[in-house]
Design a protein around this ligand. Structure first.
Ligand SMILES: *Cc1c(COP(=O)(O)O)cnc(C)c1O
Length: 352
């Protein structure tokens, strides 16, 4: 890029800011973003569209999506004051990183924790995962002792798929409370594991939970997620989001989903069954090593991530390279697709 003096108008830490690591490719079988392979159910889509048509598009939506907030609170059994709805849980990551005295995460981890810390100029530290991607509990406790801040732990973990012990999360939560820190458990994938950090967060105001409509709810294109937190934590986070930031049409779609959430569980059961079938088949691969997964994706070590990605893409299958992460040399990540998509993946993976 050419030098441009206009960037001198920006804060100097933004010299280090980088765009989110994603490159777009077209492919018949899309297994690169851990989306639901099935669309939002057609009957619900029709209901949401009717609802959108009946709105007055000239009017602003609610200040903080109060109607959606109330529906999320009911769905999750969480006090309404502790719920924050945002256009994607990533925006909540950014708000929390802006609010944070410092950001701590694991390495590797979902890249936007660091991205949000860098964008907001917040000091950032990361602690490497242990053997077999174990939670580095001693390192994280030491990091919380060294300086309070916001600790992001995805559970199940992205990009490894590992589910951490609740006893370990309890230890982190207790230390967060002792040190005036905040443990944020990112439960983007909890439905696929059957895990639930709400009991921990109910018992400890220094724990907050991020959840999203992007994965198990089949609504990745709609951009919505939410925070479950103590009321004061929620109030600060909400204040860092722009006013009226949930569009009226988004609200209509979310309310429709929250009124009929019964479609999620059978979808999750199909994904879990397909995940376990894929893991069973991939275990027979002569060169690839798939790690166990509690999520809707599988991390695979290959001899050469670039070659594996290119070979699958040539067969019409798009996966995500993960070999830019320290410790994930040779790795690719496969989202679990429909049965037919997974069959296509397996056929391409086993071609020699
Ligand atoms: C997919 C994902 C999310 C979801 O982000 P949205 O902005 O809600 O789409 C959050 N955290 C992790 C770790 C994810 O993989």
């Amino acid at each position: 890029m050419l030098p441009c003096a206009a960037v001198n108008a920006f804060k100097s830490h933004l010299a280090a800011v980088a765009d989110y690591p994603y490159s777009k490719h077209d492919a018949r079988v899309k297994l690169d973003q851990n989306e639901s392979p099935e669309d939002f159910p057609p009957a619900l889509k029709a209901r949401a569209l009717e609802r959108i048509a009946s709105l007055s598009w000239n009017r602003y939506p609610e200040l903080h999506a109060e109607d959606v907030r109330a529906a999320v609170a009911r769905h999750e059994g969480w006090p309404e004051e502790g719920v924050v709805v945002s256009p994607g849980s990533n925006l909540l990551v950014l708000a929390l990183a802006e609010a944070a005295a410092s950001v701590i995460d694991t390495s590797p981890a979902f890249p936007y924790y660091k991205g949000a810390a860098v964008a907001s100029g917040t000091p950032y530290r990361s602690v490497p995962l242990g053997p077999a991607f174990a939670l580095p509990i001693d390192g994280l406790l030491a990091a919380l002792d060294a300086a309070p801040g916001v600790l992001f732990v995805p559970n199940p973990h992205g990009p490894t798929g590992r589910l951490f012990d609740s006893a370990d999360l309890e230890r982190l939560a207790a230390r967060a409370r002792d040190r005036d820190a905040l443990l944020v458990v990112d439960e983007a994938y909890h439905a696929f594991a059957g895990s639930d950090a709400r009991p921990l967060a109910r018992a400890n105001p220094n724990v907050a939970i991020l959840r999203t409509f992007s994965k198990s709810w089949c609504l990745g294109g709609i951009r919505a997620g939410y925070l479950l937190a103590a009321p004061r934590v929620a109030a600060v986070t909400r204040a860092l989001l722009p006013p009226f930031c949930i569009p009226a049409h988004t609200g209509a779609i979310l309310l429709t989903a929250l009124e009929a959430p019964g479609y999620v569980e059978p979808l999750v059961a199909r994904i879990r069954a397909e995940r376990d079938r894929l893991l069973g088949e991939l275990a027979k691969h002569p060169e690839w090593k798939a790690w166990p997964s509690a999520s809707n994706f599988i991390l695979v070590r290959t001899p050469d991530a670039g070659a594996a990605h290119a070979r699958l893409l040539a067969a019409g299958i798009l996966v995500r390279r993960q070999d830019h992460y320290p410790g994930l040399e040779g790795c690719i990540r496969l989202s679990v697709g429909t049965r037919a998509e997974n069959d296509a993946l397996l056929a391409a993976a086993f071609v020699r």
